[in-house]
Design a protein around this ligand. Sequence first.
Ligand SMILES: [Zn+2]
Length: 106
Amino acid sequence: MVPGVTLKVEMLGWAGTALVIVAYVPQLHHLYVEKCAWGISISTWVIWLVAGALLLSYCIFRNDTLFTFVQVINITAIMATIILARRGNRICPHHLKTASTTREQN
Ligand SMILES: [Zn+2]
């Protein structure tokens, strides 16, 4: 590939990586600050973790630095989510409102 094009393609990869990091912020912030794990399925996140481990092995095997980095971020954020969700021991005011509204409807 032409050097300029390669640089642009690399930037797409890094922009995607930045968004992967940003995407975890609202959930982790909610879990950490509110200690509220409302609606979080631990089994889903454990499956994501296994998928991340498999994909990390694949990326290392393929010698792909960018995707190896993305998978390390994913695995770290997934582990943090699982740990914080298990620690979550309350329902925040926002989700308490959602829960009571749902109960009233049923
Ligand atoms: Zn909540």
